[in-house]
Design a protein around this ligand. Sequence first.
Ligand SMILES: Nc1ncnc2c1ncn2[C@@H]1O[C@H](COP(=O)(O)OP(=O)(O)OP(=O)(O)O)[C@@H](O)[C@H]1O
Ligand SMILES: [Mg+2]
Length: 256
Amino acid sequence: MVRLVNVSKSFGSLRVLENVSLDIYRGQTTVIIGPSGTGKSVLLKHIVGLLLPDQGEVYFEHHRVDQLNQQQMVEVRKQIGFLFQMGALFDSLTVEANVAFPLIEHTTLNARQRAERVDRVLKMVGLAGLQSKMPGDLSGGQRKRVALARAIVLEPSLVLYDEPTTGLDPIRADVINELIIALSRKMGITSIAVTHDIASANKIADRMVLLYDGRIVCDGDPGSFARTDNPLVRRFIEGQADQDDLDRIREGFKGA
Ligand SMILES: Nc1ncnc2c1ncn2[C@@H]1O[C@H](COP(=O)(O)OP(=O)(O)OP(=O)(O)O)[C@@H](O)[C@H]1O
Ligand SMILES: [Mg+2]
């Protein structure tokens, strides 16, 4: 469904993605894990054309995403839901207006039809009845779910989740996990999720991909990650700090 072929991306002298090739299969939930700053969000943004590669090719179905004109790009983006890392709700709009926003932009539905569609997706994420609330009056977990409702309101075939559970307590995080699983199983949505949350990754992933220093260093089902003796992978999934980082921190505290 998605194919990256030898994608490289730099910002100035910072090389973020190095020759990344990745195929994403329809119907699966693929989880991308990796340390902070390693290019996970940058990779997701390439799939929807928010960033263009310096080298390489990006495909969504039969579209060559990195070569589309603006009109074609709009058509592709309608088929892809994106749950941004920062949630990114419009704070001055109600929950209803936030979720209806893509419908106004991209469909000819009338107000009543839009309201029905908003009701339906809010119910799916467990927030029925919160239409008239403002984002500022919601908890972090509720805001994530509103953002998720907005990401799925156009009934996309692919949803990209950037850190869907970050900042949530384990119970609210698990609600999001269950939603991702339900969307995948019940609605046949293909998912790509980026996360630091290994428990979440283990729960939702059909496949895990470890991105490290701009390269894919491990790719397989969650069981293969649990069994691996690759020290890099072990350190990451067990949450151990890198010795160099520890040394740097100790150095920084010297004389404090
Ligand atoms: N638009 C941009 N312009 C310049 N540098 C950028 C831009 N987007 C990302 N970067 C840099 O690219 C690197 C990778 O960023 P990215 O956001 O993909 O990291 P990440 O793996 O998602 O990290 P985290 O887990 O903390 O979200 C970082 O060093 C970041 O500062
Ligand atoms: Mg990120």
